[in-house]
Design a protein around this ligand. Sequence first.
Ligand code: ADP
Ligand code: GN1
Ligand code: MG
Length: 362
Amino acid sequence: MEQFNEIASAFQCPGTYLGEEPYGSGHINDTYKAYYNEDGSVVHYIHQRVNHNIFKDVPALMENIGRVTRHQRKKFEEAGAGELDRRVLTLVPTVDGKDFHQDAAGDFWRTYVFVEGAVGIDVIENTDQAYESAKAFGEFQCQLADLPGRLHETIPDFHHTRSRYDTLMAAIEADPFNRAVGVKADIEFATAHEGLVDTGIDLLASGELPERVTHNDTKLNNVLLDTVTGKGMCVIDLDTVMPGSVLYDFGDMIRTTTNQAVEDEGDTSRIWMDIDYFEALVNGYLETADGFLVPKEKELLPMSGQLITFEIGLRFLTDYLQGDTYFKTHREGQNIDRCRKQFKMVQSMEEQMDAMQAIVAR
Ligand code: ADP
Ligand code: GN1
Ligand code: MG
C-alpha cells in the first residue's frame, strides 16, 4: 500500500521496507505485519493504526503505553529475565523521537518490535493455555502494582457496567435500524440480569475492592504464547491499561478461555463454561497474583466471569442495535451471535457457581 512508504520512513526501523500484510484478529485497531530487509535478513515489525473514533486522546493513550512498557521492562530486567523483546512490547520511536506518528489524514500510527515465535490464539485448545495465559496476566498486574502516578483513563467508564446497561436501554428505545423486534429474547435476558450490573462498581466505590492498574481487555488473543513451549510470553494490546479492578481482568479471562467455541458461535448447544479450564485459569492466576490479592478479590473471582461476560454481551447487543459501528464485523448478524454466546456463557456460569467457588476456596 502506497501509504506504508510514509509510515516506514516515519519510524526508526532499520533496513529497507519490503511490504506488509493485515495481521491478527483484533476488533478495534488496524494491525499490519511489516517486512524489512536488514543487511540481507528479513525483519518484522508491527505497524498499527490506532482507532481514534474509539480512543479520543491518542497522545495520552501512547503516554500510558510508554510508561507501562518501560516499567515492565525494568521489572523483567530486575528479575534477570532474558529475551526482553519477546517478554514486553517494545515501541519503535519515530525519526523525531516520539512514540507515534500522525499522518496527513490525521490518523495515528505506532510501531512495535514484532514478537517472534509466539502467537495469540482466538480459541482455547487445552488447559495448559488457560494456565499460561492467566499466569502471564497475573504477572502483568503484579509488575504494575507499583507503577508511579495514575494512568490516563483512555476510555472513561470502560467497565462501568451500569453505564453499559443504560446505553443498551437507550439503543433499544431509539432502535435506529428496527432490529429490536428480532432480538426480543436477548433483550429479555439482559433485563432479567440487571441485578448483576452494580456489583463491581459498588464494591469499588465503597473501597471494598481496591483500585489497581489493570489491563481491562484480557481476552485470550491479547497474550502471546510461545509457539514451541506454549509458555505465556508477552501481554499485548495495552490500549486500555488504566485504573480498574483485577476482577475485570479475571472476568474477561473466564469469558474467553473456558469454552472451545468461537466468539461468534451461532450454535448455542456448543457453548458452556468448562470447569476444567476454569480450574486451570485459577491455578495460573494465583501462581502470580496470590501475593497481592485481598480476600474480597479472591472471593469474587468466580462472580467476575458472570459480570464481565454479561457486560460484553450487553456491548455486542448494543452495537447490533446501533448498526455495527463499534466492533469490526465481517458478516451480517455477527454481533448478535457474539451477544448470544456471551449470554449463554453467563447462564452456564450461573449454573456452576457453587463448583467455581469451591475451586477458588481450595
Ligand atoms: P486490537 O486492539 O485491534 O485487538 P492488538 O493490539 O490486539 O489490536 O493487535 C492485533 C493482533 O496483532 C494481536 O492479536 C496479535 O496477534 C498481533 N500483534 C500485535 N502486536 C504484536 C507484536 N508486537 N508482535 C506480534 N504480534 C502482534
Ligand atoms: C475488543 O481490541 P480487542 O479486539 O482485543 C474490545 C474489548 C472487548 C473485545 C470483545 C477497546 O477487544 O473491550 O471485550 O473486543 N476492546 C475495546 O472481543 O473496546
Ligand atoms: Mg487485541
